[in-house]
Design a protein around this ligand. Structure first.
Ligand code: PMP
Length: 658
């Protein structure tokens, strides 16, 4: 759909600003809507304008971020003082220690044209121009035509504010927005946040007062501030407002007569959240708080993030197959033929031909009798390990194994013995201490954070010598190592020697799901015993089809694996030339930083410059071992990788070195 952004401002010398509006609308409504806006400006009760500015810009679909409207709660208050108490309470529940000072500063925003951007902790003002403030623009409601038509005649404070608040607090560095309207007849204000949604407070100022203003409460680095301002001023956003959104009375109402929030008989709900809030606050203080980063394009070498093109250097889609034309075409065909869902678990109604075809293809690819597909790699590890080992058994697990292996070990009730990373001497010592007991040695094939490769000859030799099962997680090995991307066994020329080959369809294969390849005895056993296989609805036929076609492409078009392997040695070489330690044979290239705060800063600087490399911190890696985890794709060009290596070196230097 072609859409346009329209902004109208009308003013005259006596009144100054008379009327303003902004919308993002479909092309077919453009003329009619412009006419309505002009009528609105020309017939405004404040007087005739002597200046009308109408700005119309084309908006491309991929520029638009679609967001669901915040959940709305209405709190009935009978005086501005009571209203302010509610705001104070919410600020405190958001963990803001200086809530009272924030309320005092709110008044300073009354004379500003835009909003005040305030550091929520230091209370430093962050707007580049203090008089102007920050104006959040380019947003609208996503509604049916009829609703828009009726809404455009007059102003709907509630809907406009809900749209604005939804856009504003969806930026990860904005903790909350506070707003009082400057319309003398409109006394309702709000506090909006991701945690509590849009909280309307029915009386937040005295009737007849022309004073109002807003504050955006920010927490983050200087780089994140610039990014946040860019987002507020430039990102196009359409907010999907549910059916009843334009009638605030329909939203949940909370009585505020007692002056306390949510007081219910016999319960104290505030306490229920206290521990979580305190722990979240502690995470923020330790720079360990995680925010979701929303990608606005398909996952590929270049992605759109917050409206900008970025070089993706962190994705597990190593062969760039998530957005591949042949895979998509086949998946689309299967979608039309077999529909969207599987309708049941694998043992009931959820096994279709697409599931068995993929399992056959996987078994062939890995040179095994059979394969079994799980819903995720996580479900495969956490389901398979407890199935193979029980109380009395021993599991030998590398200290750097993936969380899903760790969870699998925990669930098994077997004794889990953690050996030093890839240290076969330590492993053997530990096996000898428990000689004769049944068990399993399990290891990542390519370690998910460090990108190094398991000592497979050593591990298999020990497993065979002591009668233990060997299990290798090939999540980051499949499609990456071995001449044709078949993983660890091919890399070491040890085809057929591992007992249990586990892997994921979610990384180089570009789809979703986990799998186990091995003997028919193994897969039949798992089908009958693995709880995550038995008690979960199976994946959709579309996902299975995408994975199968991707696997075929890896075999038919070997250039992808070859290009990826070339990129790995090129990128490591470039990093070393810039003095950054890097030595990896896999698509994962760890760049060690150490302190969490510094890693976050280096990542922020790279993000600013268009390189998407998030910081990896505890609990993914140990505390104090924060790093950047660069991940390469077959489709990155040599020039892009050279530029990225230079930018990484510069960012580390800028943030004070490693
Ligand atoms: N094993 C390893 C080594 C992984 O890195 C991951 C994913 N990060 C998994 C298993 C889980 O796979 P999935 O994402 O398909 O659940």
């Amino acid at each position: 759909m072609n859409r346009y952004s329209i902004k109208m401002r009308a003013s005259n010398k006596e009144e100054g600003h008379i009327s303003g509006a902004e919308k993002i609308i479909p092309e077919e409504e453009l003329e009619q809507y412009c006419a309505r806006l002009l009528t609105r400006a020309l017939r405004h009760s404040k007087g005739k304008p002597d200046f009308i500015n109408l700005k119309i810009e084309a908006v491309r679909e991929e520029e638009i971020l679609h967001l669901p409207a915040l959940k709305v709660t209405t709190i009935a208050t009978s005086s501005p003082e009571e209203g302010m108490e509610v705001v104070l309470d919410y600020l405190r529940r958001l963990g803001l220690e200086r809530a009272e000072e924030i309320l005092a500063l709110w008044k300073q925003s009354y004379c500003m044209r835009g909003a005040m951007l305030l550091d929520a902790d230091t209370l430093r003002r962050l707007e580049p121009d203090r008089d102007r403030g920050i104006r959040a623009t380019y947003m609208d409601m996503e509604t049916e035509d009829a609703e828009r038509q009726s809404a455009c005649g007059g102003k709907n404070h509630f809907n406009e504010a809900l749209v604005l608040a939804t856009k504003v607090v969806n930026h990860p560095n904005i903790l909350a927005e506070l707003c009082i309207s400057d319309d003398p007849d409109y006394v309702t204000g709000y506090i909006a946040s991701r945690e509590f949604g849009y909280v309307r407070i029915t009386t937040l100022k005295g009737l007849g007062s022309p004073l109002g203003g807003r504050i955006f409460l920010f927490r983050g680095t200087d780089g994140e501030r610039d990014d946040c301002i860019r987002y507020l001023q430039q990102q196009k956003v359409l907010v999907h407002v549910g059916d009843k959104a334009s009638t605030p009375a329909a939203h949940s109402r909370v009585s505020h007569e007692s002056g306390k929030l949510y007081e219910r008989k016999g319960t104290n709900p505030v306490d229920k959240w206290k521990r979580m809030e305190e722990e979240l606050q502690a995470l923020r203080e330790q720079h360990l708080y995680r925010e979701i980063k929303v990608i606005e394009s398909p996952q590929r070498a270049h992605v759109r993030y917050r409206g900008r093109d970025m070089l993706m250097l962190a994705s597990n889609s190593y062969l760039d197959l998530c957005d591949e034309a042949q895979v998509k075409a086949y998946a689309a065909k299967v979608l039309m033929e077999y529909g969207t869902g599987s309708g049941g678990s694998r043992l009931t109604t959820g096994t279709g031909i697409c599931h068995t075809q993929l399992e056959d293809a996987l078994a062939r690819f890995k040179g095994r009798e059979a394969a079994i597909v799980f819903n995720t790699g996580f479900a495969a590890n956490s389901g398979v390990i407890p199935c193979l080992c029980r109380e009395g058994d021993v599991i030998y697990s590398d200290e750097k194994n993936h969380a899903s292996i760790i969870d699998g070990c925990r669930q098994s009730r077997a004794e889990t013995v953690v050996y030093r990373h890839n240290d076969m001497a330590d492993l053997e010592r530990k096996i000898r201490e428990r000689q004769g007991r049944q068990g399993l040695i399990v290891s990542d094939g390519v370690f998910s954070m460090d990108g190094d490769i398991v000592n497979l000859p050593g591990l298999v030799e020990l497993a065979d010598a002591y009668g233990l099962l060997s299990m290798i997680d090939e999540a980051h090995a499949t499609g990456v190592i071995g001449d044709t991307g078949r993983g660890c066994e091919e890399h070491f020329h040890m085809e057929g020697q591992v007992d249990i080959l586990m892997g994921t369809l979610s990384k180089a294969i570009g789809a979703e799901g986990g799998y186990v390849c091995g003997s028919r005895t193994l897969t039949e056993y798992l089908k009958n015993k693995a709880r995550s296989y038995i008690f979960s609805t199976s994946l959709s036929p579309v996902t299975m089809a995408a994975a199968k076609r991707a696997l075929e492409l890896i075999e038919k078009e070997p250039w992808r694996v070859e290009r990826l392997q070339e990129n790995i040695s090129h990128f490591c070489g470039q990093l070393r030339e810039h003095g950054v330690e890097a030595d990896s044979e896999t698509a994962i290239i760890p760049i060690r930083i150490g302190e969490e705060e510094k890693a976050v800063k280096v990542s922020a600087r790279l993000m600013e410059q268009g390189f998407f490399i998030p910081a990896i911190r505890y609990p993914t890696v140990k505390k104090g071992e924060a790093m950047l985890r660069a991940a390469l794709m077959a489709t990155h060009t040599k020039e892009e990788l050279a530029a990225a290596a230079a930018a990484i070196a510069e960012a580390i230097d800028y943030c004070g070195g490693c």
